[in-house]
Design a protein around this ligand. Structure first.
Ligand code: ADP
Length: 737
């Protein structure tokens, strides 16, 4: 029971000490605002107005913080901690004492450190660790020589000794405080010392002594309004008087006690104190929390920022490293690729060059071979023709006919190869000369009527009279196309009909679109065969080839020639039903020319007798053949071995026509023609030439040739051309001149 009094008294002592503590941090400084708050806190605390005391200390803390007065701030926190310890709120007390501790670490402040030890001592005492409390109080004493602080240590020690049963030491401490010279809390220390002694005497069963001291305490407390000490003193006296059997006194003191304790005022006061303290604590802790949160946030932000910065830096470094690596690797790959590309490029260039030279070699080879073949072939066909004319025996006639057929076949074959070769080498261009389509078609059809008759097939021309009479295009190539198509149609049609259709599709001003069709009722072409027959050397089938013969080049030539006109061949065919080959042709019409010359369909019989012609030819065999062919028609002739001689002879003599070979050593046919035309513009000059790679019909015409006959020529064509150029053109020209 006594220990309870000792305990309570000890705490009241602490509170009082703190409340009146003058704020030693400022003892040498002029009175500051903080000091005012400390003074107020002391007064409030003395009157047990704990809430107001804490409020005042809070204000002191804020001012100290604003003034950056660390020592005052430490004082404030420690005083608040003490108040909370008084309210048995140890956790809150520790919060403030820890804050003070944190500040003390960075500040040299012995008084603050001393108070810190003092607080620790009280907490230890509260926890029953009395020896530790004594040790801490001793340490506190070492750190400060402040009188008031020293007195308070004495008081605290007294209570600890009392608890430890060291009554002599406790008595020494309390007695030294009964009469003290403390500047601030002399009465309070004395009251507490009386109370301590009363308890001590009570423990030692010196009840009279105990009553005496307790009455002294009660008196001093009442005089100074030490509210809680009044309660303590009354409680103690009630107990002691009860034990002493002085019940009246005990009852009186107990009544006092009940009156005080039960007074609404008291209860409300205590509750208010507690609530206010809690509220303040809550607010403070809220503020603190906010402060901490802010700090944490700041730290976090800076941490985050530094984290982000670190992450970004790391990421950047990684990216830069990766970029550097990829750049390096790219560069290496690039170099390798470049090398590879260079090598591939070189390889491709070499391949292209060799392909081009191979192509050139091929075309040149074909050109040379076919030219070399044609000269002897010319002799074969020409001489066969002559022999047939010279009344051979029936036996010889048969052989000669076979020879002629073979010769003709070979000639056609070689001409086809040359034609394709020329197209492949891109040496062929479509001409753009004025011509009559009706005439070309009739000529073509007429020349093939004989073959049609042989097959007992009707060959019909359906010509649209709306087609303009004069067109601009390449009549030679157009007739080549038609000859090939009609030739095939006749070849594969027995006892049937072959129809050649020419129609006008559209005419807008000079632009004309024509439609051509070669339709037959022959064997037809299977769907499978249709896919390949336009490819070079492709025939419908081996059987067809065996039965009908052919080189498989005809349709290839047609396709290639149409390509020159930007046109395409179309095919519709049913096996056994017949075939329809068709194509369109874009041309231009020459509307200004009025064709008043009636078109002659029949082959003209010319009267060649008495004509005198110059043969320009370097090849001896050809000279003989050509001369013989002319002699056959009773035409006389001179021979020039080269261009120079031709010019000479043309100057000196008058010829009805000049047959000009183009390819000759020295002055060639073209050059010779140009020279002759300088002094003779009338004599017809017919170019006799093979279709060679570099020949251009246009250049022959430009040089001054009137017509071109391709070698080796069929005798009929040969005579026809001579007749046309000598007689027909004269007829046309004469009315004009
Ligand atoms: P060839 O000179 O062998 O006739 P082409 O290129 O002219 O070569 O024709 C190729 C093939 O197309 C022929 O072998 C034949 O099988 C087929 N062909 C062409 N025209 C006709 C047609 N009018 N009727 C039937 N088959 C045809």
């Amino acid at each position: 029971m006594l220990s309870k009094f000792v305990y309570k008294g000890f705490f009241l002592l602490i509170v009082l000490f703190l409340a009146i503590c003058p704020g030693m941090a400022q003892d040498s400084l002029p009175l500051k605002k903080v000091q005012t708050y400390f003074d107020a806190a002391r007064i409030f605390s003395n009157e047990d107005k704990i809430d107001l005391a804490i409020e005042s200390l809070e204000k002191a803390a804020k001012v100290a913080e604003a003034d950056n007065d660390v020592k005052s701030l430490i004082d404030s926190y420690q005083k608040i901690a003490m108040v909370y310890l008084k309210l048995d709120k140890e956790t809150s007390a520790l919060l403030f004492s820890d804050r003070a501790k944190a500040l003390l670490k960075a500040t040299e402040y012995p008084y603050g450190s001393a108070v810190d030890k003092y607080i620790e001592a009280i907490i230890a005492f509260k926890g029953g660790r009395n020896f530790q409390a004594i040790f801490m109080l001793n340490e506190a004493r070492q750190l400060s020589n402040d009188r008031n602080f020293f007195n308070n240590i004495l008081l605290a020690e007294g209570y600890v000794y009392l608890k430890l049963g060291k009554y002599d030491s406790a008595s020494k401490n309390f007695n030294s405080l009964i009469i003290n010279t403390d500047l601030y809390e002399s009465d309070y220390l004395a009251t507490k010392a009386y109370l301590g002694l009363a308890e001590l005497e009570f423990e030692n069963k010196n009840l009279e002594e105990s009553v005496l001291n307790a009455e002294n305490a009660l008196k001093a407390a009442k005089e100074n309004n030490f509210f809680k000490e009044i309660i303590e003193a009354n409680r103690l006296l009630t107990n002691v008087y009860t034990i002493m059997g002085r019940y009246e006194m005990a009852l009186a003191n107990n009544k006092n006690l009940i009156n005080i304790q039960d007074s609404i005022f008291n209860i409300a006061k205590i509750q208010t104190e507690s609530k206010t303290a809690e509220k303040l604590q809550f607010e403070f802790m809220g503020d603190e929390l906010k402060r901490q949160e802010q700090k944490i946030e700041e730290l976090n932000t800076s941490k985050n920022q530094s984290d982000i910065a670190a992450i970004l830096t790391a990421a950047l470094l990684t990216i830069i490293t990766l970029l550097a690596i990829s750049l390096f690797r790219n560069n290496q790959i690039k170099l390798k690729t470049n090398d590879l590309l260079q090598t591939k490029n070189n390889e491709l260039t070499t391949a292209r060059d060799s392909a081009v030279s191979a192509m050139k070699a091929k075309t040149n080879f074909l050109s040379t071979v076919s030219h070399e073949l044609r000269t002897p072939l010319y002799a074969v066909t020409g001489l066969t023709h002559l022999l047939l004319e010279e009344n051979p025996s029936e036996n010889q006639k048969e052989h000669l006919k076979s020879l002629k057929f073979s010769g003709d076949y070979l000639l056609n074959f070689i001409n086809d190869i040359l034609q394709i070769n020329k197209i492949d080498a891109d040496k062929l261009e479509a001409l753009n000369i004025e011509f009559s389509l009706k005439k070309i078609l009739h000529e073509t059809i007429d020349s093939m009527q004989q073959s049609a008759k042989n097959n007992r097939t009707k060959l019909i021309l359906e010509y649209d009279e709306n087609i303009p009479s004069h067109l601009m295009s390449d009549p030679i190539k157009l007739s080549q196309i038609l000859i090939n198509l009609v030739g095939n149609a006749l070849k594969f049609t027995k006892n049937g009909t072959v129809t050649v259709i020419a129609k006008l599709i559209k005419k807008v001003d000079e632009d004309v679109i024509l439609y051509f069709e070669v339709r037959d009722t022959g064997i037809g072409i299977s769907k499978n065969q249709q896919e390949n027959i336009f490819d070079g050397f492709e025939q419908g089938s081996i059987e067809i080839n065996r039965e009908y013969g052919g080189s498989g080049l005809g349709l290839t030539i047609v396709k290639s020639l149409l390509g020159l006109f930007d046109s395409k061949i179309q095919l519709e065919s049913e096996l056994g039903e017949g075939s329809v080959f068709s194509f369109e042709l874009k041309t231009k019409s020459k509307d200004s020319i009025v064709d008043d010359v009636p078109f002659e369909i029949t082959e003209k019989e010319y009267e060649f007798k008495g004509l005198h012609i110059l043969i320009v030819e370097d090849n001896k065999i050809n000279q003989v053949i050509t001369k013989k062919m002319l002699t056959k028609k009773e035409i006389t002739s001179d021979i020039a071995n080269h261009g120079g001689e031709a010019i000479e002879l043309a100057k000196e003599n008058k010829y009805d026509a000049i047959l000009m070979d183009i390819h000759m050593p020295g002055i060639g046919g073209e050059e010779a023609t140009i020279e002759i035309r300088k002094f003779d513009t009338i004599t017809p000059i017919i170019a006799l030439t093979a279709i060679s790679l570099d020949d251009s019909l246009e250049s022959f015409y430009a040089a001054g040739c009137d017509d071109v006959v391709t070698k080796p020529f069929k005798p009929e064509v040969f005579y026809q051309k001579i007749g046309e150029n000598i007689f027909d053109k004269k007829e046309v020209k004469s009315p004009v001149s």
